[in-house]
Design a protein around this ligand. Structure first.
Ligand SMILES: Nc1nc2c(c(=O)[nH]1)N[C@H]1C(S)=C(S)[C@@H](COP(=O)(O)OP(=O)(O)OC[C@H]3O[C@@H](n4cnc5c(=O)[nH]c(N)nc54)[C@H](O)[C@@H]3O)O[C@H]1N2
Ligand SMILES: Nc1nc2c(c(=O)[nH]1)N[C@H]1C(S)=C(S)[C@@H](COP(=O)(O)OP(=O)(O)OC[C@H]3O[C@@H](n4cnc5c(=O)[nH]c(N)nc54)[C@H](O)[C@@H]3O)O[C@H]1N2
Ligand SMILES: [Mo]
Length: 854
């Protein structure tokens, strides 16, 4: 059965219902460029998506050395052939005419085209000079959640043991730092307990601050297929926006932003009060229950209702849903992670599962989600502010073990303090102790909080900035050297999704011009710097993706993220496989903690834990006394109000986040017509009652101002909770990435004093007087004490009318959480992609010979 569907207007496609405990059946989604038929495709090259953390497996269609489309892989465990809108259309960005094709270097304040020899010569010359004059602490690396495993591992080795700097972190700090920290706090070690297969088995699925419909659309299709099948699950949605998830939920709680801990404590209170605790599980596998019970004793639904502004009865219903679940699956994402009590709240979700004994069985699991496609690898490889292989920087045996893998002295690996987190690296650059910042695969001039400050840091003359990217981004404009990178589809490597599934993604086409894979760039740097091991051999003896993967396997051996049972060939043969994969588990591992807690013993754990309120690290002595036998740790936390609360000047709460059709700072999706047209510019969401009270309507141009800065956008009136505004964070301060306007060539150089940061018109980004459109003009320099993840979801703002809309509409989608409220009376054009967005969907019983039974 084949059908053709506009997957912009109908993002999730049609249903293939499946009942509880059945295997999810395949549906193969394909999008080929206009005029291309499947039989014209010369080669289908194996890959997986890198536009979210799902790892949707797909093949890239190649004709005459160019990409011509993509097709989902029916046999892969993650997506069973399905693709989301970004998967289907996003690859077209690779062929954008404004890709960087040659290195750029700054000459007389301007970025000019150069060659690799000159560009890398400058990078190594500056590195050497800084090492001589100021030592390794003057060099910092800020990387990504979007490179490949082999690349992070290479970067981690060269930064930690080559340069010897402690300043290496990823944009994963903004993304999954809390996921990692919450897992470490509860289970002693990073590593996702659950599996996506749990969706097939759960009877209750609870989503905390996770708009899965838009941010992992294929797993949402899986939930929709279950909702359409027999014995469907009941959903609990905790989200202040009226997301698609909220609309399908049995219980939707829309709390005030930043109150997750109060709500979760009330849920725990109710579960304890109503006698739902699995005391056998708690006794066998956990420590800390008594403290939790005492902590939540007074956290009644009524109490939480006053803080969260959610009816107490609804909180009771939610607790009932959780407490009566046969198999409970919970997911957690940015609505929890990007707030002031991020780790404290995420840990309470783990606690729900621990007290209910809902772990390690099909359908009973926690997914502390990742956002970025390869964030898991940033963490595993130690490119994120941890040591590779989830080793504990405070445990000398772990450092010695790592030193043995690298054949260096333990002292060559900085471990005198926790690895520096990204927000601190920017602080050091601001204060002048970091003098060189190498930014790979991230666009901090749009994605970090408080952009005016970030621009002034990056624009300093004394800071040598290297940017490694596909495009001349807002950030690249501040660079002293720009290195053109090859990307997905143009290079080979592996990466791991949010449920530990490893995929191999292979090179399908040549990169444009002189662009090079990140791996090659890092290895070239290591060779030029002549990094050596303790016997005088090369520190990084590998030379291509597969040899880098083999090196990483040795580093992962015996650790939770054990890759020793994997090879490129096996990944080609089998498709996605979940780590650990080793002799004991040659086919991979569905779930962690099926048989008790494995990685929390003091000698193996990744961390001795932190104080959730202050973030102070505990030591081994405290850890041993708290958790001598290596059980799961139930850590209680009291609610603390957000650092910034609305007042008369800034009466609204302001939260920021995503829309279905765009990825982050839009360097890719902004260059894809189908995706861009669905959400071409920034908008501002407000609830119906708030709009009515202020006489505001759909399409009005408004200004959102916070104590940091301002932005302008058109208003969309939705079912958002009262007192809250929402702004998508995708839009940088230039109009159209890759558009025909000025600003696509090298900067003309009139930005800051150093000439860095020139914008499209030669000027720099918006200053205090000219409001821009990036959400991060308004966000605050502040972070969760334990995970150090910045607070993008809990700010305050004022809202003013700039100009009436007069019948215009906001450039916001209607298919998503941004849908106009039913009662507004305004007619808004529905989002549609037209013929250019038609993709095929195929169902075949051949893919599911057993008819779905397992
Ligand atoms: N389409 C698309 N998909 C993506 C991405 C993308 O850019 N676009 N990025 C990927 C990445 S890197 C990430 S990290 C993920 C993020 O995926 P999500 O976390 O699902 O996305 P967000 O929109 O950032 O935030 C989720 C929800 O948090 C809610 N929220 C805000 N404040 C609070 C609060 O105080 N409490 C609660 N409970 N909820 C709150 C918001 O209303 C929002 O709906 O998406 C991944 N997938
Ligand atoms: N206000 C607000 N801000 C946020 C968030 C929010 O919810 N609200 N979310 C935060 C989160 S969770 C995240 S993950 C960040 C994302 O923020 P960023 O990481 O800054 O966003 P991207 O646009 O994905 O930037 C990735 C860059 O890498 C480039 N790139 C892509 N592929 C490759 C490659 O193979 N090699 C190299 N060298 N470069 C490549 C892209 O062109 C792009 O410039 O934003 C954070 N900022
Ligand atoms: Mo993220």
């Amino acid at each position: 059965m084949e059908s053709s569907v506009d997957r912009i207007g109908d993002p999730w496609g049609s249903r293939v219902p499946h009942g509880r405990h059945q295997r999810w059946r395949a549906r193969v989604d394909t999008f080929l460029t206009d005029g291309v038929e499947p039989d014209m495709v010369q080669d289908w090259v194996r890959a997986a998506s890198i536009l979210h953390s799902d790892g949707d497996a797909m093949d890239i269609a190649v004709i005459d050395g160019r990409m011509a489309g993509v097709r989902g892989r029916a046999d892969d465990r993650v997506n069973r052939g399905r693709l989301g809108p970004k998967d289907l259309y996003g690859w077209q960005a690779n062929a954008s005419p404004d890709r960087l094709t040659r290195p750029l270097v700054r000459e007389g304040g301007r970025l000019v085209e150069s060659d690799w020899e000159t560009a890398m010569g400058r990078v190594t010359a500056r590195s050497r000079a800084l090492l001589d004059d100021r030592g390794p602490g003057s060099i910092g690396f800020y990387t990504s959640g979007q490179l490949f495993l082999e690349e992070y591992y290479t970067l981690a080795v060269l930064a930690r043991a080559g340069i010897g700097t402690n300043h290496l972190d990823g944009n994963t700090r903004l993304c999954t730092a809390t996921a990692a920290e919450a897992l470490k706090e509860s289970f002693g070690c990073d590593g996702q307990p659950g599996s996506y297969d749990d969706i097939d088995h759960a009877d209750v699925i609870a989503l905390f601050g996770h708009n899965i419909a838009e941010t992992q659309p294929v797993q949402w299709m899986r939930i929709l297929d279950r909702l359409a099948g027999t014995d469907p699950p009941r959903l609990l949605c905790v989200d202040p926006r009226p997301t698609r998830v909220a609309r399908e939920a049995a219980v939707h709680l829309a709390p005030r932003a930043g109150t997750n801990v109060a709500l979760l404590n009330a849920l725990l209170h109710e579960i304890i009060r109503t006698g739902r605790v699995d005391h056998a599980y708690v006794g066998a596998h956990t420590v800390g229950y008594e403290e939790l019970a005492a902590r939540v004793r007074d956290c009644t639904p009524r109490w939480a209702s006053g803080i969260c502004d959610v009816p107490a009865a609804r909180i009771g219903e939610a607790a009932e849903l959780l407490g009566t679940a046969d198999r409970l699956l919970s997911t957690v994402l940015q609505g929890v992670y990007q707030s002031h009590q991020a780790t404290a709240a995420a840990v309470q979700v783990n606690n729900l599962h621990l007290v209910l004994g809902m772990l390690g069985r099909p359908g009973a699991g926690v997914l502390q989600m990742n956002g970025q496609p390869t964030a898991q690898n940033t963490r595993e490889c130690g490119a994120n502010g941890d040591l590779p292989g989830f080793r504990n920087w405070q445990n000398d045996a772990h450092v010695a073990d790592l030193a043995a893998v690298w054949n260096v002295e333990p002292d060559a690996i900085p471990h005198y303090a926790p690895p520096t987190h990204a927000m601190q690296m920017f602080r050091y650059a601001e204060q002048g102790s970091i003098r060189m910042l190498w930014i790979s695969g991230t666009n901090p001039a749009v994605s970090l909080p408080d952009l005016a400050r970030i621009r002034s840091i990056l624009g300093q003359e004394r800071l040598f900035v290297v940017v490694q990217d596909l495009f001349l981004t807002e950030t690249a404009r501040y660079a002293d050297v720009v290195l053109p990178a090859a990307t997905w589809g143009e290079k080979t490597g592996t990466f791991t999704n949010a449920d530990r599934t490893v995929h191999l993604s292979e090179k399908a086409v040549e990169p444009p011009g002189e662009a090079r894979p990140d791996l090659r760039i890092f290895l070239d740097y290591a060779a030029r710097m002549d990094f050596r091991d303790k016997d005088g051999g090369p520190l990084l003896p590998w030379y291509d993706p597969e040899s880098a993967f083999e090196a990483w396997k040795r580093c992962s051996a015996g650790r939770p993220c054990d890759y020793t049972g994997l090879t490129y060939d096996k990944l080609r043969r089998v498709g996605g496989i979940q780590w650990p994969v080793n002799e004991a588990a040659p086919d991979g591992t569905d779930r962690l903690y099926t048989d008790g807690i494995d990685w929390a013993r003091p000698d193996v754990c990744e961390t001795y834990g932190k104080d959730l309120v202050t973030g102070a690290s505990d030591g081994v002595v405290e850890y041993r006394s708290l958790n001598p036998d290596g059980k799961a740790m139930i850590k209680a936390a009291g609610y603390v109000p957000a650092h910034e609360e609305p007042n008369s000047k800034y009466p609204f709460q302001l939260t920021t986040g995503r829309t279905l059709y765009h990825f982050h700072t839009r360097t890719k999706t902004g260059r894809v017509p189908q995706l861009n047209e669905a959400a071409p510019d920034v908008w501002v969401e407000i609830g119906e009652a708030d709009a009515a009270a202020r006489g505001l309507a759909e399409g009005d141009l408004v200004e959102v101002r916070s104590p940091r800065g301002a932005l302008r956008g058109r208003l969309r009136v939705t079912g958002l909770r009262p007192g809250l505004l929402f702004v998508p964070f995708h839009y940088g301060y230039w109009d159209t990435p890759g558009g025909s306007g000025p600003g696509n060539g090298p900067a003309s150089g009139r930005g800051s004093e150093s000439g860095k940061g020139s914008g499209p018109d030669g000027g720099s980004g918006p200053d205090g007087d000219t409001p821009g459109r990036a959400a991060n003009e308004t966000t605050i320099t502040d972070w969760d004490p334990a995970s150090k993840q910045p607070l993008f979801k809990t700010g305050t703002a004022a809202l003013t009318l700039v100009e009436r809309g007069d019948g215009r509409q906001a450039p916001a989608p209607t298919t998503t959480a941004s849908a106009p409220a039913d009662g507004t009376g305004t007619r808004v054009r529905p989002t549609a992609g037209g013929p250019a967005a038609h993709a095929s969907q195929i169902r075949s019983s051949a893919w599911d010979p057993s008819g779905g039974e397992r």
